[in-house]
Design a protein around this ligand. Structure first.
Ligand code: NAD
Length: 466
């Protein structure tokens, strides 16, 4: 029987552990903090909880009267928002513990580090140290928020990261968000709906580069309507103390010094691999500033040592990416021959309205010199979308010009992050526009927009102009 040690119990590590156990391995999972990792405890799931409360608030406040739902005195009970979030995290992490037990994975509490290639030691909470080795080791230690070297930032207690923003006790009146990436904008949307005045400062001239430009335009217009203020090409220079909380000093596009004061400053400028405590050098593991180099089998340069998820170099830092890599690593260790294939990896951004994307964007098709055609369908022409959010949003499908094979799917609007699964599957199956069209989509659902976008690409849309 093969012995496998998995280091890290997030969506990469626990999935790898379960898959390896299914395939007959004896698995030990080492975790120093909580099962479920960033995703379940201080990332995806808590953020989505806050966003769901925010969405409900926005719906009642903005559409309630129109929909015939009148509620007096609707207000945010912020401690209850946080309590609900904690309850959901607890349920899910409890579920992970039960799944590991069911699969007979041994869990060891402690912090692992390499002592030599293929050998680790684990420091337990009682201070004892256990040396371990195995037939294979999977590194799945995830990532942590980066703190940029901005003068005055570290010293100011009102500068928080996403973990801080997910554990505030009091709703702040104002917040400056540094970085218009996914973390910054998702949390900004939640807090804006709760009533916090949001000011976003971003160094680049654009935001959310992973999304198709047409989608970003719709998202930004909505966020501006929510009262959020955006300052692009406005890199932060320093943070100063202020009686309000903190003052963020930036240089704007015109080269002038501008500043923004707020009760809290959310720093969301990216995440870095969480490998500092592993002692990669002792393990002989090749890395780029802590990010572990792997091939498509998830193998590092050291035989028998694999790495998956946010701690690896050059791949998307997403929970579902980590889980997919975890299965690939476990299967390769257990004698299968599997490659991690990123072509069906969707990106989901939980801004308002939510957005999702899979495959190639138009910009990427152009850069690759591909001949393609585009189909679009507005959410406003779909009955269900009209009911759900007033019809705000768009579906865009990109397909090969000659054969009509689906190359990319880009969606903003209600249920976008669920709808994208159809696009991912279409790419996986090398489906063509014809095949999407000949698949009957149920009515009334937002899924009809996918088929209509495919029809539009073939200049035969029924519910919009061709
Ligand atoms: P990011 O890299 O997406 O965005 C950070 C932004 O900060 C960039 O636009 C950058 O230009 C800007 N920035 C950097 N320094 C700055 C400065 N001094 N002044 C102003 N702006 C500055 O990083 P993130 O939003 O922190 O997310 C980290 C990772 O977590 C990403 O890889 C993301 O994919 C992942 N994540 C995904 C989801 C999701 O899939 N829904 C949610 C949260 C996080």
């Amino acid at each position: 029987m093969k012995n496998i040690i998995v280091i890290g119990g997030g969506p990469g590590g626990y999935v790898a552990a379960i898959r390896a156990a299914q395939l007959g391995a004896k698995v030990t999972l080492v975790e120093r903090e909580h099962l479920g990792g960033t995703c379940l405890n201080i990332g995806c799931i808590p953020t989505k909880c806050l966003l769901h409360s925010a969405e409900l608030m926005e719906s009642i406040r903005k559409e309630g009267a129109m929909l015939g739902v009148e509620a007096d005195n609707v207000r945010i009970n912020f401690p209850q928002v946080m309590a609900h979030k904690n309850e959901i995290s607890k349920k899910l992490t409890g579920g992970v513990a039960a799944l590991l037990k069911m699969n007979k994975v041994t869990k060891v509490d402690g912090e692992a580090k390499f002592t030599a290639p293929g050998k680790i030691s684990v420091k337990k909470p009682d201070g004892s140290v256990e040396n371990m080795t195995a037939d294979a080791i999977i590194l799945a230690t995830g990532s942590v928020n980066s703190t940029p070297p901005i003068p005055g930032l570290r010293e100011n207690p009102n500068c928080i990261d996403s973990t801080g923003a997910l554990s505030l006790e009091k709703l702040p009146k104002s917040m400056v968000v540094i970085g218009a990436g996914v973390i910054g904008l998702e949390l900004a949307c939640a807090y804006a709906a709760f009533g916090t005045k949001i000011t976003v400062v971003e160094a680049l001239d654009h935001m959310l580069p992973m999304l198709d430009g047409d989608l970003t335009k719709i998202g930004v217009a909505h966020m501006k309507k929510m009262g959020m203020e955006f300052n692009l090409e406005c890199p932060v220079q320093s943070v100063e103390n202020s009686p309000v909380g903190a003052k963020v000093v930036c240089r704007n596009k015109a080269g002038q010094t501008v500043s923004f004061e707020a009760e809290k400053v959310l720093v969301a400028v990216g995440r870095r691999a969480n490998t500092a405590s592993l002692d990669l050098e002792a393990g002989g593991i090749k890395n780029d500033r802590g990010r572990i180099l792997v091939n498509d089998r998830m193998q590092t340069n050291v035989p028998g040592v694999y790495a998956i998820g946010d701690c690896v170099f050059g791949r998307a830092q997403l929970a579902h990416t980590a889980s997919a890599m975890g299965e690939v690593a476990a299967e390769n260790i257990m004698g299968m021959d599997v490659l991690y294939d990123e072509s069906t990896n969707p990106t989901c951004v939980y801004i308002e309205p939510e957005a999702a994307s899979v495959g190639l964007t138009e910009e990427q098709c152009k850069a690759k010199g591909l001949e393609y055609k585009v189909g679009r369908f507005p959410m406003s022409a779909n009955g269900k979308a009209l009911i759900l959010n007033g019809g705000e949003g768009l579906v865009k499908i990109i397909a090969g010009k000659k054969y009509g094979e689906v190359l990319g799917m880009h969606i903003i609007g209600p249920r976008a992050t669920d709808l994208i699964a159809e696009g991912a599957l279409a790419i996986r199956l090398e489906a063509t526009l014809d095949e999407l069209i000949s698949t009957i989509h149920s009515h009334p659902t937002v899924t009809e927009t996918m088929r209509e976008a495919a029809l539009h690409a073939e200049k035969r849309a029924i519910h919009t102009k061709n």
